[in-house]
Design a protein around this ligand. Structure first.
Ligand code: PMP
Length: 361
């Protein structure tokens, strides 16, 4: 069996130990005589799985009791509508910082339901930096301020959060959840599609401060109302059962094998440093993001020559370094080095880049 190093932006690699456990438990989950795939979501056995997953997430992310954790479906994209329908509820106003396509999509969705304002943007330089903001840029009567914390396509991240004063900060953390500790108390709500750092596709996590739940717009569909899911402990309808089970295994891996999010951050920094240091010293490859806003998870880079980029992607793929092509809107390359990418994978990539550089000078 030859497993590749998969640099995909998502769905992406899962820890090998998790895949092995899932394989071992596939036909008979812990003596139940059935796969988790086949199990009723109302069964006692499954109830323990979903409760354990929530408890582990709360413990690992240090989520305070006054925040609800919800296991939802619909991906990050459905959250764009849910955020607006649930939180644009006092003055029907929300301020958005546009740091890339995902933030822009969220903003456009909110504009369908109320007065959404783009208060800052980094589009002038192809989203290669995080725009500076200060409190005075936000409307005092905005119901919330929205950011996309880690910009998967462009490779930027908020190392420092915007100061929004008393206005709740809402963040899309799809591509950085569980990559390092986050102070949940700084946010009104957080959400993430699970298919990058947590589980296969199909699961979306929402973490919402309790006082923000229960005031959705009248037009909000039942399934898009956080209250529906918060009140039912994520069992209002059939949840993505198997994906939640894999998320539980990943959370156990982070807790027991890695040793928590401080350790996870250390490992991620070590991987990212190896790649960024190489890019900073290369005569062929160049990172596209300003150093102070670089993501630990997604590292876009270019040679400056589209033909050479294509050659690199092709040869890297043949060498077992797959899905390294940049997003179709940006071109070049992008290495997504999420939690489950081993250090050896980044070493293999950098070695390959060195060789390619020597051969294509
Ligand atoms: N937000 C971010 C930061 C993303 O990277 C993505 C997908 N790559 C999305 C939202 C959209 O997620 P989904 O495909 O789950 O709707």
């Amino acid at each position: 069996m030859a497993r590749v190093y998969n640099f995909s932006a998502g769905p992406s690699m899962l820890p090998e130990a998790v895949l092995k456990t899932a394989a071992d438990e596939m036909l008979d989950y812990q003596g139940s005589g059935q796969s988790v795939m086949e199990m009723s979501h109302r069964s006692k056995t499954y109830d323990k799985i979903i409760k354990d997953a929530e408890a582990l997430l709360r413990e690992i992310m240090n989520i305070p009791d006054n925040y609800k954790v919800m296991f939802l479906q619909g991906g990050g994209s459905t959250q764009f509508a849910m955020v607006a329908l649930n939180f644009m509820n006092k003055n029907n106003k929300a301020d958005y910082i546009i740091t890339g396509q995902w933030a822009k999509k969220a903003y456009k969705e909110a504009a369908r339901y109320g007065d959404a304002k783009a208060v800052a943007s980094s589009e002038d330089k192809t989203f290669s930096y995080i725009p500076k903001t200060d409190k005075s840029m936000f409307r005092e009567d905005a119901d919330y301020v929205y950011i996309c914390m880690n910009n998967t396509i462009y490779g930027t991240v908020y190392h420092e959060l915007p100061d929004t004063g008393d206005i709740p900060l809402i963040a899309d953390i799809s591509s950085c959840i569980l990559s390092e500790p986050i102070d949940v108390t700084k946010f009104g709500a957080l959400f993430a599609g699970a298919q990058k750092n947590m589980a296969p596709a199909g699961l979306t996590i929402a973490i919402v401060r309790e006082d923000l739940i229960g005031n959705a717009m009248d037009i909000c569909p039942t399934m898009l109302n956080y209250k529906t899911h918060a009140d039912a402990d994520s069992l209002f309808n059939t949840p993505p059962c198997y994906t939640i089970y894999i998320a539980k295994l990943v959370l156990e891996w982070i807790k027991n094998e890695v040793g928590g999010l401080d350790k996870m951050k250390e490992l991620n920094e070590k991987k990212a440093k190896l790649l960024y240091d190489f890019l900073d010293n290369s005569e062929l490859f160049k990172g596209t993001v300003v150093p102070e806003d670089r993501s630990l998870m997604n590292v876009p880079f270019v040679t400056g020559n589209a033909d050479l980029d294509a050659k690199f992607v092709k040869e890297a793929t043949a060498a077992g370094l797959v899905n390294i092509k940049g997003h179709r809107t940006v071109g070049g390359m992008r290495a997504s080095i999420y939690n489950a990418m081993p250090y050896e994978g980044v070493v293999a990539l950098v070695d390959f880049m060195k060789k390619f550089e020597a051969e294509n000078k």
